[in-house]
Design a protein around this ligand. Structure first.
Ligand code: ADP
Ligand code: CIR
Length: 336
């Protein structure tokens, strides 16, 4: 097969040179992940912004000639970089940027995690995915206090409940075409589901893009409270589960944009008086990205934007939330 470079503006198209294709096309990881699997989503969707997904930890080593330049471009993190973590809420210092609740509708911080010693989602077998689900659900069942909750398997959930949870920003959407092409939706909805506490301030998505998406969220702009809850939940889960992690790349995730902290800290902020281009410019100056009201690949509804840290690798969790805090302050200064 000759180099199938999809063209377009994706990082895959930029970095899948004939030399890289030739050097990597016959390689295969111990879990059977090949170059053609890593690039499948970007080939199927030339409109991708990134275009690659890793099938396992070894993919990041074996296919480094393709993935390292993509990681460097997205995160500004070179091959000699070393990722460090700081989840200590005492280090945060990000006071509520909107104490009167005039602009910020809600705050959400999520991290992605995958279990050590399994392939990542694109290469999981149905049986392995079920073992992951059972392992995670067992760990979640023993959480106490405000973190205690219930797991709802997707196959048991009726259509109306699912739609309501998605509309209220609690549950992942179904049928993402990029994930589909990466093999992440195989056997859907088997072994997928959502855990949440009673007031839905602590939630865990199971077996979507990553095996776990651990989420802390609440109305308003109290970044410190949302971060502290997430850090506490992660501490509890780390005592019960072993997550896939590398010295260099931090927490391992299926999409290279999520490596490192695997954290996306966001606010939903209503900015009726600022043009979208201005919002994007201010956000960009602060290392933030802007999404629509219903997440990635959606539009802003009612002037509500999702503003979050873009970089997740080579930055600590505390720094990522501080970056969000500074950017939101700058946006609010312009908005009033
Ligand atoms: P991810 O957070 O995993 O990167 P998405 O961009 O698809 O993925 O967002 C997932 C969901 O979280 C969407 O419903 C989105 O609207 C919601 N969301 C993101 N940020 C916030 C926020 N600050 N408040 C409420 N919901 C949010
Ligand atoms: C794409 O390449 O466009 C999709 N696979 C989604 C990439 C992840 N999104 C992002 O920029 N954080």
């Amino acid at each position: 097969m000759t180099n199938p470079n999809p063209g377009g503006a994706s990082l895959l198209a930029k970095h899948l040179t004939p030399a890289v294709w030739e050097a990597l096309k016959d390689k295969e990881t111990r879990y059977g992940v090949r170059l053609i699997d890593v690039v499948a989503s970007g080939l199927a969707h030339p409109e991708s912004s990134i275009g690659v997904y890793a099938g396992d930890e070894e993919s990041y080593e074996l296919f480094a000639p393709l993935l390292d330049p993509i990681i460097a471009k997205y995160h500004g993190f070179g091959p000699d970089g070393r990722h460090t973590s700081d989840l200590d809420p005492a280090h945060l210092d990000a006071p509520n940027p909107d104490p009167e609740g005039r602009y910020v509708v809600s705050t959400r911080i999520r991290v992605a995690r995958n279990l050590c010693c399994f392939p990542l989602g694109p290469a999981l077998t149905r049986r392995e995915r079920r073992i992951v689900e059972a392992t995670v659900v067992r760990a979640l069942a023993s959480l106490e206090g405000d973190l205690s909750g219930r797991y709802y398997p997707l196959y048991e959930m009726d259509h109306a409940t699912k739609e309501r949870l998605i509309a209220n920003h609690f549950l992942f959407k179904e049928g993402d075409r990029f994930l589909e092409a990466a093999g992440l939706n195989r056997d859907w909805p088997d072994a997928r589901g959502i855990f949440h506490n009673e007031n839905k301030t602590f939630l865990v998505w199971v077996n979507e893009e990553d095996q776990l998406r651990i989420i802390s969220m609440q109305p308003g702009a109290d970044l410190e409270e949302v971060f502290a809850r997430l850090a506490r939940a992660l501490g509890e889960l780390e005592r019960r589960l072993t997550f896939a992690r590398s010295e260099r790349l931090g927490y391992l995730t299926s999409c290279p944009t999520n490596l490192g902290t695997a954290m996306r800290a966001s606010v939903h902020v209503r900015l009726p008086r600022l043009p979208e281009e201005k919002i994007k410019a201010i956000a960009g100056d602060h290392g933030l990205q802007v999404r629509g009201t219903h997440g990635e690949h959606s539009d802003a509804e009612g002037d509500v934007y999702d503003v979050s840290n873009k970089r997740r690798l080579g930055i600590t969790e505390v720094e990522a939330v501080r970056q969000l805090s500074a950017g939101v302050r700058a946006l609010l200064a312009e908005a009033s």
